[in-house]
Design a protein. Sequence first.
Length: 386
Amino acid sequence: MYGVNKVLGIDLFSSESEGGYRGFYARNTITLTPKSVNDIHKRGGTILGTSRGGHDTTKIVDSIQDRGINQVYIIGGDGTQKGASAIYEEVRRRGLKVVVAGIPKTIDNDIPVIDKSFGFDTAVEEAQRAINAAHVESESIENGIGVVKLMGRNSGYIAMYATLASRDVDCCLIPESPFYLEGPGGLFQYIEKKLKEQGHMVIVVAEGAGQDLVSESIQSMQKQDASGNKLLQDVGLWISQRIKDHFAKHSTMNINLKYIDPTYMIRAIPSNASDNVYCTLLAQSVIHGAMAGYTGYTSGLVNGRQTYIPFYRITETQHKVVITDRMWARLLSSTTQPTFWCAKDVIEDKREEELFDQSGDDDEQCPDANSIANEIIHIPNNSVKV
Ligand SMILES: Nc1ncnc2c1ncn2[C@@H]1O[C@H](COP(=O)(O)OP(=O)(O)O)[C@@H](O)[C@H]1O
Ligand SMILES: O=P(O)(O)OC[C@H]1O[C@](O)(COP(=O)(O)O)[C@@H](O)[C@@H]1O
């Protein structure tokens, strides 16, 4: 449509074995043609490879400049969008006529402003298989407990949506909602109640949930590796062990707990139909934006409308579950789990609310999507035309 005749991909698997951002200055690229990418949506993972870790923005822009690249499309999560923003700033500082645009891809759904990131829907759908297995296993044995760990380092979206979709989950633990184990209103009391009521239960835990409790516990057990480094525990394994220990010591109930960790299996599957359509939409509109002369944006849906969002809006916060929002309230109502709020939290929350009201700011942490949508639709003057 636009007569583009050369598309390069930064490739992890050629000689220098550097993928992701560092691949830019490692001279390894592959030519992408309609034929070579025709079937990639039917495979999981990425044909270009992926990486974590630091990189040198100056060297990346040197490489873009040396190669004469005039449009750069960067695919990834919130960290990747921050990296893209840094590249955009450097390109702008040098006055280069190069478009830098981001495509939001992460199963965690932790990118702000947009309705959802590419991959999230697939992850929620695939998580159903693990939750279903946990349900079947727990239902098949007396006092069965199925524990499923899902990804979500800082944001509990996969866990929350997978729980809501399944309706077999009795308790969902996410990073945004602190919980406690012992005493009235705690997790152990709730488990006992659920087992007495229905004889089995399913717990979903996001990998970033309860990290404060896990690290406290590790310190008290003083587990160390051979070099003396503290060993970090997996929250799923940790919570499973704590539940087993509690019921062995303090209860006459014999529990049967099965722990399922499907995290990488979920991330590795091919995207589902809904994500494939979303990906097509993202890909086409990110290019239309560049061809229309915009740069410094992430492409995404906001309130169902395709938008170009300036990087500074995408990188200023992280998308997290708001536990005072309706969606979390729906989850609490569906699972009947405790809120794990104690009197102290409620008093603190009220105090924060009062301070908020005084400052006249509606939602500082998590900007309202509607107000941002208005800003985005009229954004062109915030982006730089090349
Ligand atoms: N603030 C930042 N500035 C520049 N680059 C960043 C920043 N945060 C993350 N990155 C880079 O983005 C890449 C991906 O980030 P990472 O957090 O691992 O994954 P994700 O994109 O899924 O959040 C890494 O190469 C990382 O160095
Ligand atoms: O072990 P790895 O490969 O670093 O991946 C684990 C992390 O990746 C994430 O799933 C995010 O992955 P994506 O952003 O690639 O979808 C986090 O939830 C998790 O902590």
